[in-house]
Design a protein around this ligand. Sequence first.
Ligand SMILES: [Zn+2]
Length: 475
Amino acid sequence: MKAGEVTPERAREFARSWSVYRRETRNPLWMSPEELAGLQERNLRRQLELAARFSPYYRELFRRERVEVDKVQSLGDLERIPVTPLEAYLRNPLAFLLAVDPPGELDATYEITYTSGTSTGTPAPFFNTTYDMYNITLAMRRTAEICWMTPRDTLLNLFPYGNLPHIGFQRTVHLASSVGMRLVNALTGRDAPGFPLHRTLDEALELAAGHRATVLAGMGRQVRRFILRGEQAGADLSSVRVILSLGETVTEGMREEMRAHLTGEAARAFVVNGYGFTEFQGSFVECCESGGDHNPAPDLYHLEVLDPRTLRPLPEGELGLLALTHLDRRGTVLLRYLVGDLAALERGACPHCGRVGERLVIRMGSTYAVRADKVIRVDGRLVNPEAVRNQLAAVRGVVEYQLVVEKERPGDPLSPDRLTLRLSVAGRLRQDLEKEVVARVREAVGITPHIEYVQSPEIYDPSRILKATRIVDRR
Ligand SMILES: [Zn+2]
């Protein structure tokens, strides 16, 4: 789906034409903004009441900080509650689990998924009750609706089947099940000793071809590798029409590249770039390419974007720290939780499909969200190094690369910054490659880099260091 192809009429018509979507008569995404705000505020008040009574962490926080919970009546009053740092949750995840007493029929602990534990190491458990699972499954059905999936689709789940339950694999199961489409789990990943379960890329390709998969779902890089290998191996992926490419920045160029390596209907596939994390129990997804990433469950999750210095809410569209507030959960509950990512969001009806609730919007090159500790600032612009890496991984001839940020006039604090891309190249003419590289980096980060050619050991000398240094900040 390209932005120009999606209109509110078309999206509504699509949602009405499938009984599986029609049956959710109170889908918050199709409410009026006022109706949605009313629902969110009712949910918020009940959530705060539950947190004040049954959450060890918030009971203590409200007491210590003298938070008067009954004064928080609307989303606008949320500032009365202090933010919850990521570290507080990782340090003691059990303190965020509601101990509802006496437990009701839907209060049993049903499932645990784990955070990916990227920057801090240890993955933290996140608890879902039965009530949460039903809500999540509904949210996954809305996710499928936003991405134009139908009960006639066949989904190939490429997410790794790993040692810890992770939302990538788990939620994809619910995505397909909630709609009633066919689901094929590829079980990618590595076998644990004595458990010969996992499939290779080629076996997954065989499954995709054999089942005539119409939807591929996986991590960005993994899906890309799958498609490239498929072309090489001559696997028939021509039925693919939706590619759910999650977790990493997918630029326009990468979407085109995926299509270029597919044939038939698949050469026109809709490449969805989603962004998800465990505490959100799903993914933000696009209704059209680069058109914004929808929150599929604004009744369950409220988002704020905060100024990184003051932690005050920023106006719509501005880039800042993403904070998540659970509105209707019974297992792990987090309020104004700092996810650790930078993002920008808009509220109100989507200009493309007309659905309401938050949408993350692109403010850094092609990136919806990035870990705050990973970005670098170049002349006031935020650069996501991961987006550069993804872009350069696709360029033939690039052996090693390194980004260097420095002052144009060294020693002068007022000097503008300069971004230099140091490249080592093999098997391709420099002038051919340079144009492509400059264009790709510009697309990823919005800055035109200077190019400098070097020999690989200047960036990465395996005899001296274990890993290449990808970013050097000389300011
Ligand atoms: Zn939309």
